[in-house]
Every structure is written in C-alpha cells, then in structure tokens.
Design a protein around this ligand. Sequence first.
Ligand code: URA
Length: 202
Amino acid sequence: YGNNLFIDTKIEMNPVQDVDSLESFRESICNCQKCSLGNTRANFVFGVGNPHADIVFVGEAPGKKEDLIGEPFVGRAGKLLDKILEAIDLTREDIYICNVLKCRPPQNRDPLPNEVDLCEPYLKTQLLMINPKLIVALGRVSACTILKTKEPLKNLRNRIFQYEGIDLLVTYHPAALLRNPNFKKPAWEDFQLIRDKYLIQN
Ligand code: URA
C-alpha cells in the first residue's frame, strides 16, 4: 500500500491544501499493519474535518466508539469538545480533528513508544498537508508525545510551541474535563486564548 510513500518526501511536498490529496494519503495508509494495533482495530481512524482548517485538534488515540465508527471524538469527550467549539463559534466543519495514533490501543491503554514512532509520521504528513495556523494538542499524552517531553500538562499550557513550523498550544483533554470539573475554568481560558489569538481577525 505504499505506506512509506509520503513519509520520507515531506521536504519536497508543498502544503497542497487539497481535499483529494489528503484523501489519497488516507487511502494509502488506511490498511497499515506497521504495529500490532493493525490486528485489533475495527477501523483505522484517520481524521475528519476541513482540509483547509486554520486549527487542527490532535487527541491521543481512538477510543471504543471511534474505533467502531472510524471517526475521532464521537464519544462523550467528543460531545463536550463540540460544545466547547460552539462556545468559540466553531463547528466541526471549520476545524480538523485527528489523533496521534490512528488505531485504538486495546482497553484504551496509553500508546506505546514504538506505536508512536511508527504512527507519528502519518500525523506529520497530515499536518503538513493541511498546513493550519495552529495545532491544539488535547491532553498530556498528545502533548507529551508530540513535544517529546515529560513535563506535566500544567507546565505546557499558556505557551506557544512549534511543531514542524506550526504554532502549537496545549490544553486539557475533554475526557479530563468530564472526570474533573475543576479543569473546566482553565480549559475555557485556553479556548478563549485560541479564539482571541487565532480566530478574531484584526
Ligand atoms: N479520545 C481521544 O484522544 N481521541 C479520540 O478520538 C476520542 C477520545
């Protein structure tokens, strides 16, 4: 399936801003068997949303429902994410959502380092193709795997990082907000920052 087709060639690749190429990239990797999650997944969960999005949200990995449906953030955490997006006047059609891992780890365990190593090139290519203004890493696992750090999430918030030359902000995972409502206020501050810095055109 030409899994490696895009991976080593990103320097030559322009941000294509093109639905067809993102879709053909998906087709080229959706039967991936590079790690053992290929044996246990129901569906490969590539990502959904606007291929021209200014903002891409990156979660950790598909959960049970995402695995069954083949779309990211369709469970409870996803519903909360939709509400937060609505509060800053965004819908799913405005943004793009994907995960670091494209396949569900059994029992939703944390991604293993080798799974991240094998899957992250897909994320990189996807982000370079979409070429957003901002990447938002949702939660510690997403942030720490993307940024290659072990810092606690609270140290990563309120800072602008760069990933492949694109601004990156870190905020709580919506599932964490469901578990701990105390995180809702700081998360709302993060989303207001996103709105004020990346959505309001001056
Ligand atoms: N949690 C994630 O990190 N990603 C999903 O797609 C769903 C839940």
